[in-house]
Design a binder for this molecule. Sequence first.
Ligand SMILES: NC(=O)c1ccc[n+]([C@@H]2O[C@H](COP(=O)([O-])OP(=O)(O)OC[C@H]3O[C@@H](n4cnc5c(N)ncnc54)[C@H](OP(=O)(O)O)[C@@H]3O)[C@@H](O)[C@H]2O)c1
Length: 294
Amino acid sequence: MSSKSLRFLIWGGNGWIAGHLRGLLEKQGKEVRTTTVRMEDPAEVGRELQHVQPTHVLNCAGCTGRPNVDWCEDNKPETVRSNVIGTLNLADQCFQRGIHYTVFATGCIYQYDDAHPIGGPGYTEQDVPNFTGSFYSMTKGHVEPILKSYENCLVLRLRMPVSDDLHPRSFITKIISYEHVVDVPNSNTILHDLLPASILLAQHNETGVYNFTNPGAISHNEALGLFKEIVRPEFCWRNFSLEEQAKVIKAGRSNCALDAAKLVGKLREYGYSVPEVHEAYRRCFERMRAAGIQ
Ligand SMILES: NC(=O)c1ccc[n+]([C@@H]2O[C@H](COP(=O)([O-])OP(=O)(O)OC[C@H]3O[C@@H](n4cnc5c(N)ncnc54)[C@H](OP(=O)(O)O)[C@@H]3O)[C@@H](O)[C@H]2O)c1
């Protein structure tokens, strides 16, 4: 299929990542539509796909909870309706119509363990999820192996996404606003680097599961130190322990490193490279500074 005849349909059109993706596709001159139709409604989903006739669906819809994933602990049926029933309904309907389906999923389905300690090897796409400390993560971790059975499906596991604009949903914006912050290395997704890669993979009809992060892992203090150095010299923060954090949150939070080798190897085939996470943060903060964001 020539790139000209591609038509992208973004699900969850009013969301944060959806907005970034739409802007990027438009900038690339690609044909793109968005929708806010509820994913779990089979009739409405069918009507929308029939009406728009996309070649590619990019699913950025998901129940993430407001103000955060703690919401999902108290709203389990709503969370299942979106993250399980909706995500699978859309997969199935795209499959039946021969539409390529990309899911913006999460890598927050793992936690460090004896085989994957801090500083050790990251989790690969083959590893079975071992973090069910939050209901949000549990729903996502259960859906992924089922999604894999659809051969039109590309699953991109984002973690702690960071944008260049200090948007409230960006991981860095969250941690600079907390009274106290833990200090654990994690794999992160710098959207500037990874969103173009998602389009590249989708338009080439790649399928399967990918850890969708910059290579490497960065601790909260390292990221905050770079933020202070490059963006806001007067910035200060205070740490607390994971045990202290557990007292102020309802759901557990995943901490882990993902192995990005499969992603890096695939993108190399298309001549696209993703910077290591420390370098990626540095460049992200330099773009912020250049844009006058403080
Ligand atoms: N941001 C993160 O930290 C992060 C990290 C890893 C993965 N992800 C995943 O990436 C995806 C996008 O995240 P985001 O940060 O852009 O989230 P977001 O800003 O909360 O956007 C999600 C959008 O999905 C819509 N939505 C929820 N349930 C839906 C349903 N059943 N049918 C149709 N639309 C529905 C929401 O609309 P309503 O508000 O109207 O429900 C919202 O506009 C999510 O699946 C999320 O799990 C996010």
